[in-house]
Design a binder for this molecule. Structure first.
Ligand SMILES: Nc1nc2c(ncn2[C@@H]2O[C@H](COP(=O)(O)OP(=O)(O)O)[C@@H](O)[C@H]2O)c(=O)[nH]1
Ligand SMILES: [Mg+2]
Length: 377
């Protein structure tokens, strides 16, 4: 370690406050000063980093004069600003909050207390706290926020009540560990849902939300940002997105085959089978990709493929049973169809579709995990 980095690590603050700021010259200085005062109240060494990426007013100057370090990020967006702030932060903990003075940074000591107790993530919750009149639009309060929070709880094993709360704190290694990458407002969801999936130790603190200065226009665009959140929530939940409809189509295929009338026997059931297999393959690919490239881990991702004989056997067995069932299913359909309307050429085409989608899926997932398998052997 060089002298300068040794000095740096000795003088590293306990907490870094990261404030994303876009055209908030009227309020950013108040936020910075409240944070600096809160460090004293919490008896902590701290630093304030304001990240600007395109303000056309005097935000940066106001923040600097109030005592913050100002980072100038080139990429646009709330998430980009936060990611830059997380990289700049030197503290053991990071607390993020808005620059519009809607959150009360003098509540920082309560967050720090929970972090010091060992929590990985400490979320503010406005919904269980005190929302001052006019501080949050009714649509966000009663529709957008509760809906997104509910989806994240149900689909991502989270316990968080206010997933969109912009005041939250965590250990400084969290952004890297969770491979955070969202550039827009959906960063708020990304942190919460990945923490939920990874089973991080999370606490909630009821906080107050204040009405910000008059005439300020919110940066959040409800429909566009709502959709970006929803897309992210679905994307990181491959079980809901792919496996559930995949099994639905598999059962539909069987149901159509056994229960359907004559005309239903072949085309719809084989098409359902192909769609079902396709979706289950996507599920498998998504799980591998999300784990390796997106920092989304599932409890059974802890043991990589191939490192345990029994587990590999069970997996191989499931694949064998599935392939056998496929083959039998196709033979049965072809056999049953002999006297009926659909020509063998059509059936052969459909059978090929199913087999190719299955085999290519198996090879693709093998390809995705190949390196890891080699390292295991
Ligand atoms: N640097 C930066 N900050 C942003 C951007 N978008 C929003 N912010 C800041 O993020 C915070 C939250 O934005 P706000 O409009 O208050 O969203 P809301 O509280 O969810 O309605 C505020 O401090 C904004 O100034 C952006 O693109 N870049
Ligand atoms: Mg705000």
């Amino acid at each position: 370690m060089s002298d300068s980095s040794a000095t740096e690590s000795r003088s590293a603050p306990e907490i870094s406050v990261v404030i994303p700021c876009l055209n908030e010259e009227r309020t950013v200085a108040v936020c910075v000063r409240k944070a600096l005062a809160a460090f004293k109240a919490a008896d902590a060494e701290g630093e304030v980093i304001v990240v600007d990426n395109g303000s056309s007013d005097g935000s940066a100057k106001a923040a600097r004069e109030a005592g913050a370090r100002v980072a100038d990020e080139t990429r646009k967006g709330y998430g980009s600003a936060l990611l830059r702030g997380f990289r700049e932060a030197r503290g053991r903990f990071i607390l993020m909050a808005d620059a519009d003075d809607s959150y009360d940074l003098s509540e920082l000591p309560r967050f720090l207390e929970k972090l010091r107790e060992g929590h990985d993530l400490v979320m503010g919750t406005r919904l269980k706290g005190d929302i001052h009149p006019g501080a949050m639009p009714a649509m966000n309060r009663y529709l957008g926020n509760p809906t997104l929070s509910l989806l994240i709880r149900v689909m991502h094993k989270s316990t968080v009540s206010d997933s969109q709360c912009g005041m939250r704190a965590f250990k400084s290694e969290l952004p890297e560990r969770l491979m955070l990458c969202s550039t827009g407002m959906e960063m708020a969801s990304e942190i919460v849902l990945k923490a939920g999936r990874a089973g991080l130790k999370t606490a909630e603190i009821p906080i107050s939300l204040h009405k910000t200065v008059a005439g300020r226009s919110p940066k959040l665009r409800p429909w566009r940002d709502g959709w970006r959140h929803l897309r992210l929530i679905l994307m990181f939940a491959p079980g809901w997105l792919f496996a559930l409809p995949g099994f639905f189509f598999l059962f539909l295929a069987i149901g159509l085959c056994f229960l359907g009338g004559e005309g239903w026997l072949s085309v719809p059931s084989i098409a359902s089978l192909a769609v079902g297999l396709q979706l289950l393959s996507y599920y498998k690919f998504a799980r591998i990709y999300l784990r390796d490239r997106m920092g989304v881990s599932e409890p059974d991702d802890a043991s990589p493929p191939g490192n345990n004989l029994i587990e590999s056997g069970v997996r191989a067995g499931i694949i064998a049973v599935l392939s056998g069932a496929n083959a039998l299913f196709l033979i049965a359909v072809m056999f049953c169809n002999r006297a009926r309307t659909l020509g063998d050429a059509h059936l052969a085409g459909l059978a090929l579709l199913v087999l190719v989608s299955f085999l290519s899926g198996a090879f693709f997932s093998f390809m995705l995990t190949y390196r890891e398998r080699q390292n295991q052997s």
